[in-house]
Structures are given as structure tokens and as C-alpha cells.
Design a protein around this ligand. Sequence first.
Ligand code: 5AD
Ligand code: FES
Length: 344
Amino acid sequence: MIDVKKIQNIDLDYLTHIIETDKYDEEIFRIADEIRRKYVGEEVHLRAIIEFSNYCSQHCLYCGLRAENKNLQRYRMTVDEIVERARLIANLGIKTVVLQSGEDPYYTTEMISEIISEIKKLDVAITLSIGERSFEEYKIWKELGADRYLMRHETASPQLYAKLHPGDTFENRRAHLLEIKRLGYETGAGFMVGLPDQTPYDLALDLAFIKEIDADMIGIGPFIPNPDTPLKESTGGDLQTTLRMVALARIVVPTANIPATTALGSINPFGRQYGLKYGANVIMPNLTPNPYRPNYSLYPGKICLFERDTACVECTKTMIKSIGLVVGEGYGYRRKVEEVSVDC
Ligand code: 5AD
Ligand code: FES
């Protein structure tokens, strides 16, 4: 029997032990599914994502959008194009719009402000996922109505973080996430599994970090080596370990919103379905318009790139129903512990 209390209390030795083997998986998956049902219920929330710019000033060693990558056709959507796309999403009945981009300073404080103000008129929740900006900007955008901020911590190992992000530190990332949380955003952290030299202990640190900041959202995906990056020769993350981390994240932060990520669906045709069975409760259909969509290529094999415009909405809804879960119709804010049902 695994010791759930030791997991929830972040006993690092114990976590390392259960992360490094697959022998507890059946039990971990079962418990994660029970906790998911009890704390967040049967609803799976849809978050429509608009990847509005693939320009990036950063140099993350793993990412296809890194500034050094010349094998990528770069694009930027205009403010009007972005707002139009959000309108289409709202008309489809989806209650969250995720605005994602590389770190692209082309979009000024005012431009992002205008986008937020316009989209807020559509009665949807807004998630920003545009990388590190100034603390002042986070504040302005929160006051304008942005609800959530998604910025994976990528890895909570300071050594690994420094290796993957030249000139940057985990401490800095942590400070940004803490500020975002302090300002009252629903705050999304998250990490990749299978990064080069990442150890089970490093993954235990990731769980410690999501618990420390009480992450409202937790995005976990396998690292998928990109041929246009310095990490092209790496092995990458596997399905089983990634699912184990999704399940453990559910156990560690029971009320968090946890997506079954696109990367999970990209390494296995049923990856997202497994994710939803083992703890995840969110799915993020891709609503990036063409011709831009194929150019947001973080890693090879990314799913949904050549689908019909809004196909991912129907596809994700069908997926949710096919595994006996329910398509969420609300905004999908994080549930408070007091609202948790006690009947199981
Ligand atoms: N493999 C998997 N995930 C990746 N990301 C970036 N590059 C890769 C890759 N090669 C993830 C990062 C980032 C998110 C938008 O995509 O975790 O935060
Ligand atoms: Fe995009 Fe299935 S979710 S095609």
C-alpha cells in the first residue's frame, strides 16, 4: 500500500522512491482518480487556446520557438484578429480563452490591455500565457480582468533550470509565480518529464513546488526532443512516467485544475484519455487559426496542427464523453475545499 499522507506531506525520499519505479502505478492511478472524482467531480473543463504569436526572445534549450531557431516561419496575430478569434470561441460556448505566445515584447502593455478589455466583454474567463513580464504589467492586467496566468516553472531543480535556460534562474521564475499568485490570479505552474539528466528526485522537487505555491493549475507533459534545438539528441519523456506525475500532482494538490496536455496526446494517441483517467480534469482544444497553427511548433509530432479550424472543440467533447466524464459548461474556476462533496 502506498502512503498517501507521505505523498501529500512531500516526504522527498518517499516521493523519489515511488517516482523511480512503475510498481506502484496501479495504486497511484486508482487513488488519483478517486481524489479527482471527490475534489473536482466529473466535469472536464475546456480551455480554448489561441497561440497568437510564435516570436520568442528566450533561448530555452528544449523549445522550438527559441529565438535562435531559424527553421520556423514566425507570425503575429493583430489585436483585431485575436479578439475576433475570442469571439468565435465565446460563440462556441467555451468559457475560457487562453492567450498564449512566445515571450514577444512586440505586444506592449497597452496592446495586451486592449485585448483583455475587449475579450472581457464576451463573458469569458481569460488566461494569459505569455511568459515573464514586469510585475507592474501583471498588476495592470489583473485589474483589467485577466483571471488566470499560466507559466510553467518547467523544472524545480535549480541546476537543471539553469542549464536549460541560459542566463536565467529558477529563483527568478519562482519569484514571478509568487507575485502572480499574490496578485490574485489563478496561477498555473507545471513541468516537463524526461528532460535530459532529470532525476526522480528532481521530479519530487516539482511536486514540492506545486504544493508550496498551491498551484491552481498544473500542466505536466513529456519533454519531446525537437530537431531544431540543441536537445535534438535527447531521449525525451515516456507516457508511463508522465502519467505517474499527473496522478501524483492530483494527490498532492487535490483541488487543482490539471490539464491532459497536448504533449501527452502527442506521444500516444490515447495519452490525453489516460491523463483524464488518472487525475486530469481539463483539456485545451487548439483554436489557433490557420494559416498560423502549424507554425506554433514547440516540438515535433504535435497533434491538431492540420485539423479543420474548430475541429478540436468537437473532438475534445467526444473524448470527454467517451470516457464517461462530463463536458464542463461553466468558467471552470478552481473549486474551494469547502465546496468539496463529502459523500465518497
Ligand atoms: N517538449 C515538450 N514540451 C515543450 N514545451 C516547450 N518545448 C517543449 C518540448 N520540446 C512546453 C514548455 C512550455 C510549454 C508552452 O510547452 O513546458 O512551458
Ligand atoms: Fe485537436 Fe482532437 S483535439 S483534433
